[in-house]
Write a protein of this length. Structure first.
Length: 165
C-alpha cells in the first residue's frame, strides 16, 4: 500500500488485520465445504440445488480474494498455512448430515454457515462504523460482502422452502 493510502487509515491496523484474516479463513473454509457439499448432495432435487451451492461457493472464493487484496493493501499478509485457517476462523466447521440424500439437512447446515458469516461481517462493520471515515475502503468492502452473505442465506432458505412445496 502506498504512503497516502496508509495515511488515510486512522484505525488500529494490527487489530483490523487480525479481524480481516479471521474472515479470510472463514471464506476458505466456506469455499471448501460448499464445493464438497455440491458434489456430495444426491437425490431428485440435487441438480438445481448443487448448481446454486456451486454458484455461491464461487462468491466465497471471490470474497477470500477481496479480503486478501485489502490485507495486502494494509501492509499485512493473508494466512498462508492451511492448518492455521481453522484456528483463525470465526466459523470453524460445517457439519453435514450423514445421509447425502438429506437435502434439507445439507441446506440447513449451509444456512447456518451463512448466519455465522453474516454475524462475523456485521460485527466488524459495527466495530469500524463508529469511525467510518477512518477507513472508508475497508468499510465499503465489508458492507459489500455482508450484503452478499445476506443474499446467500436467503437463497438457501428459499431452496428449502421451494423443496417443501
Ligand atoms: Fe463469503
Ligand atoms: Fe456466503
Amino acid at each position: 500500500m502506498g504512503k497516502k493510502a496508509r495515511d488515510i487509515v486512522k484505525i488500529g491496523i494490527q487489530e483490523l488485520l487480525k479481524d480481516l484474516n479471521s474472515l479470510y479463513a472463514d471464506e476458505w473454509i466456506a469455499f471448501y465445504y460448499y464445493t464438497w457439499a455440491a458434489s456430495y448432495a444426491e437425490g431428485p432435487f440435487s441438480p438445481s440445488i448443487t448448481s446454486e451451492i456451486e454458484k455461491i461457493s464461487k462468491d466465497e472464493f471471490e470474497h477470500s480474494s477481496e479480503l486478501a487484496d485489502r490485507i495486502y493493501e494494509l501492509g499485512g499478509e493473508p494466512e498462508k498455512e492451511l492448518e492455521n485457517l481453522q484456528k483463525l476462523a470465526n466459523c470453524k466447521k460445517i457439519t453435514f448430515p450423514k445421509d447425502e440424500r438429506d437435502i434439507d439437512g445439507i441446506l440447513n447446515a449451509l444456512t447456518a454457515a451463512e448466519a455465522c458469516a453474516i454475524d462475523g461481517y456485521n460485527k466488524l462493520l459495527l466495530k469500524i462504523s463508529s469511525c467510518y471515515t477512518n477507513d472508508v475502503r475497508t468499510f465499503h468492502l465489508i458492507q459489500h460482502i455482508l450484503s452478499e452473505e445476506i443474499e446467500h442465506e436467503e437463497a438457501f432458505e428459499n431452496l428449502l422452502e421451494k423443496k417443501r412445496q
